[in-house]
Design a binder for this molecule. Structure first.
Ligand code: PEP
Ligand code: MN
Length: 294
């Protein structure tokens, strides 16, 4: 079908002319994005877990230790935080270059791969030096100059879906990165806005169907972030397991040594015990699909 009336659906002509680099070249075409010795898009399901905000060195060190104990290879944590409203209380702080430094120290100490969000191009070199994957947050998914500059670094890029975007918009953004000659793109589903959710804690709905939908047309790996989608720790376990069953290529999970006192979004992170239980269950489930949590 031609694309005379572009909508949210992806037409055959879109695959050929608008998102040719995202599109699969044949039925079995799958890309593996390698980050150090960790692969996204193969048999492994890497987990990137950590706090919303890198609050201080002590807390991120506890997180690194917890990851190592659970044989998890990746860490997340924000040094630059997009907040929905501009007013930051003393608790709502950004640790910026200090935070990056703490992430880097912890990553080296525990031999982890690390991702952190980049919002402002002026910090691009710092983020590239300190971390292994640049995270583009939901709010910047269509910030094309930012995508282009990040792509040029040749760093792996985790592109979170904007909560209001279609798969077509999302792949359009990914195409900006691929068209710069950077094919290290990892998509991340993090929940979309829908008219009917159950209560205020479920602002977003984890779009599990986008995982098989993407795999029908694209070779790119896709990971799932049940923490930002549910915004509510008690729902993270079921949505993590459902993501594995849906075929995700990785997981982004918020954990915190003391969730109640988290600087941002205290309802969202799992504590270390909950995380350990979840990783145990996830390992068992992944096996059913001949995959492996790392
Ligand atoms: C995050 O991962 O900390 C984050 C802010 O996510 P999102 O951009 O999906 O809201
Ligand atoms: Mn967050």
């Amino acid at each position: 079908m031609d694309n005379k009336f572009p909508g949210k659906d992806i037409s055959i002509s879109d695959l050929k002319t608008k998102i040719p680099l995202c599109a699969k070249k044949n039925k079995n075409h799958k890309s593996i994005v390698k980050v150090k010795n960790i692969s996204f898009g193969g048999k492994e399901i890497p987990v990137l877990a950590g706090p919303n905000t890198v609050e201080n060195l002590k807390m991120i060190d506890k997180v690194g230790y917890c990851l190592k104990q659970n044989k998890i290879s990746g860490m997340r944590g924000g040094a630059f935080k997009p907040l929905t409203f501009p007013y930051r209380s003393k608790k709502y702080f950004e640790t910026k270059l200090d935070g990056l430094n703490w992430l880097e120290q912890t990553k080296k100490k525990y031999d982890l791969i690390v991702t952190t969000e980049l919002m402002d191009i002026k910090y691009i070199d710092d983020v590239c030096l300190a971390t292994d994957i640049i995270q583009i947050g939901t709010r910047n998914m269509q910030n094309y100059p930012l995508l282009t500059e990040c792509a040029k670094t040749q760093m792996p890029i985790m592109l979170k879906r904007h909560y209001g975007s279609s798969l077509r918009d999302w792949l359009g953004a990914a195409e900006y990165i691929l068209s710069e000659g950077n094919n290290k793109v990892i998509l991340c589903e993090r929940g979309i806005s829908v008219p009917h959710t159950h209560r205020s804690t479920s602002r977003f709905l984890l779009d599990l169907q986008v995982i098989p939908a993407l795999k029908e047309i694209s070779h790119l790996p896709i990971i799932s972030d049940p923490s930002h989608a549910t915004f509510w720790a008690p729902w993270v376990e079921s949505m993590t397991l459902a993501s594995i069953a849906a075929g995700c290529d990785g997981l982004l999970i918020e954990i915190h040594p003391d969730p109640k006192n988290a600087a941002v979004d205290p309802l969202q992170p799992l504590n270390f015990k909950q995380f350990k239980n979840l990783m145990n269950k996830s390992r068992k489930l992944a096996k059913v699909f001949s995959r492996k949590i790392v």
